[in-house]
Design a protein around this ligand. Structure first.
Ligand SMILES: [Zn+2]
Length: 353
């Protein structure tokens, strides 16, 4: 079969698949609501994540014929419409192959384009997440603070005198709490506790002062590597924003580069930056994944966090030993079961070193 025949046949097959896909999705073609596809709250439910249904409503599949994609490669002698649906060069790549013929294959999607306006460039990182408050705002904003809280800028910009004033205010508040709890704040053991606690809280929340550009510190390297990179067991300590008590555990980060890699220690720094803020585990997971996808424009990002929440084990339901597991899968980790399985297999493998 000549290449032209092959391409013609492929176009027919894809158009047929697109028709099937369009018929089975929302007629409006609008992004689906936030939903939980692509992430799971326990490892056991992994089989159901990343289904093609959410991707089926992506604008590229809902109206591909009316929005032809400008190809970045050329095929001489072919009409434009054929070029738009040519098989991209990396179609047979292990992370793009789709062994299941019953699932429609996505048409060629362009790589993320830089210098787009924020709302468009960050609306769906890696074109795989439906719109949500996490995706509608840029993971890394103009000043690099990345989802700063309302007083973060003031805290960073405070003068030494203002910083002392801030700590004194926190100390006073702690003293009030101790008094209201029935303690004697003047006894020897407690007399300096407000000061110690204020300093500790400023440390626990030091992530508000971190700037992602300093955290990354130019450690993005051009590297011809397209295999999975994974760093496991990054220890984190964070504070539950609902109870202001710690949760702690391990972050596992994997990604598949697209010619760009990040210095390995920066993955841990990224996790540390977001963990040292008031958090919920679900948001922490997403923030790490979305920031990494924005920094590297990789082909996929996977983040899994396993953590123990003190508000759960030492109060309330008091289930000691309960571990909460959250994940965020982007790009090929979301769309390709094989890639996700490879990540989870590496995750469950006990290191021999
Ligand atoms: Zn809590």
């Amino acid at each position: 079969m000549s290449r032209k025949d092959f391409i013609d046949k492929d176009i027919d097959r894809r158009v047929a698949q697109i028709n099937i896909s369009s018929a089975s999705t929302e007629p409006t073609g609008l992004p689906v609501s936030t939903g939980s596809a692509g992430s799971f709250t326990s490892v056991g439910s992994v089989g159901s994540v990343g289904s093609m249904s959410s991707i089926g409503s992506n604008k590229h599949t809902s109206s591909p014929l009316s929005r032809p994609v400008k190809p970045s490669y050329s095929h001489e002698g072919l009409p434009n419409s054929a070029i738009d649906y040519c098989v991209p060069n990396d179609m047979n790549d292990r992370y793009n192959e789709n062994p299941d013929d019953t699932v429609p294959t996505l048409p060629y999607q362009p790589k993320p384009i830089r210098n787009q306006s924020h709302s468009r460039a960050f609306s769906t990182p890696l074109n795989t997440r439906p719109a949500s408050p996490y995706t509608l705002n840029p993971p890394i904003d103009a000043d690099g603070l990345s989802w700063p809280s309302i007083g973060a800028r003031k805290r960073i910009d405070s003068t030494p005198e203002e910083a002392v004033q801030r700590q004194k205010k926190i100390e006073d508040a702690i003293r009030t709490i101790l008094i209201e709890l029935g303690e004697d704040v003047n006894r020897e053991g407690l007399i300096r506790t407000p000061e110690r606690y204020a300093k500790a809280m400023l440390f626990f929340t030091k992530g508000y002062e971190d700037n992602i550009k300093d955290v990354i510190n130019q450690a993005v390297f051009e590297e011809d590597h397209d295999e999975m990179v994974m760093v496991k067991d990054i220890q984190i300590y964070s504070l539950c924003e609902h109870h202001l008590v710690p949760f702690y555990g391990k972050v596992h980060i994997g990604y598949i580069p697209n010619k760009r890699v990040l210095g390995l220690s920066k993955l841990a720094r990224l996790a540390e930056m977001y963990a040292r803020r008031f958090q919920v585990q679900e948001r922490l997971t997403k923030q790490i994944a979305l920031a990494l996808s924005q920094i590297l424009h990789p082909r996929g990002v996977a983040v899994v966090i396993e953590a123990t929440h003190m508000c759960m084990v030492s109060r309330g339901i008091q289930k000691t030993g309960a571990v909460t597991c959250t994940s965020c899968m982007l790009g090929c980790f979301r769309s390709q079961q094989k890639t996700r399985d490879e990540f989870l297999a590496l995750l469950n493998r006990n290191a021999s070193i």
